[in-house]
Design a protein around this ligand. Sequence first.
Ligand code: NAD
Ligand code: GLY
Length: 348
Amino acid sequence: MTKITVRASRAYDVCIGKGLLSHAGALAAAVLSPCRVLILTDDHVAPLYADVLAASLRAAGFVPEIYTVPHGETSKSLSALGTLLEHLAEHHYTRADALFALGGGVVGDLGGFCASVYLRGIPFVQIPTTLLACVDSSVGGKTAINLDAGKNMAGAFYQPHLVICDPDTLSTLPPEVLADGCAEIVKYAVIGDKELFSMLQRGVCPADERIITRCVQSKRDIVERDEQDTGVRRLLNLGHTIAHAAEMLSDFEISHGKAVAMGTVTIMRAAVAHGLCPKDDLAALIALTQQLGLPTECPYSTPEIAAAALSDKKRSKNTLTLVLPYGIGACQLCDLPADKLQAFLEAR
Ligand code: NAD
Ligand code: GLY
């Protein structure tokens, strides 16, 4: 087992290792006293892994209950949050009890936000079962639900008490969902890890423990420097201005991972057009993105993307902070007047 400690407003371990799901109870017992545990999961993950987790928790003295939401982005909603909160209250969960999120980024984001607001905060454990959740969403404490006004519009920074990542659970992922996680791995590589990029080029399996560990270490390093996302953490938004716009325009038909892949290629294309990034690096990014089964073209026009990005309600000023790739492994933040986004992306 690899243990990575994240020293944020709460210090916690990310435990990574094959077969860890059946040891989750013992791992949890090292940080939590025996208590009731609500296992939040979705209807795809529940039949695969919820019983193993519940049995392991029971064996360690916890009292688990499985709570299942429908799979998919629609569960990151105000109504799903409300129903979950009412369930916790009706069943008399206290601040001594805990919420465990077993699943992908959707249950992690929903569960984390719920844990942060229920009784002003109860212990929370992330057990990611998608590659995207293993390498990104389960670490760093961003939690959120979507509002009609936009994605992740209501949320909190709420660090988990523990993250347990068992790569064996990734064996049941549909290839499409596995590919979504690859987009976030490529993101880490382009931001600052050339060696990770070449490991993927060489065909190392993206679900390999070494790859997951490398990504979690990168995320740990960034989150420890900027937990509240006011500086260097914004590098993790590489490709995300375009990605969030594409997700919203498609009514979430385009998954987050695929949107990130399109966004990353699109922003590097613009960087090349502006003479900021070598052409060869773009060619390498496109080849790797295709090799990983991800899209490199955005199905929306630049004016559509720019309009959707500018309508993002989280934008505080008339300035956008773009993450610009100067090459594989070299990105920088750059402020751009919002009304210049379309022209910037249209450059050829
Ligand atoms: P997801 O949670 O919707 O999972 C994708 C699909 O895989 C679902 O149908 C799910 O039921 C299924 N699944 C999960 N684990 C499985 C397994 N082991 N075997 C078989 N099927 C399995 O999607 P995701 O890609 O994990 O997460 C996307 C969400 O994460 C988005 O809402 C995005 O905004 C969010 N996100 C959050 C952060 C953060 O820092 N909090 C970072 C990146 C993304
Ligand atoms: N996934 C982006 C972040 O955690 O900041």
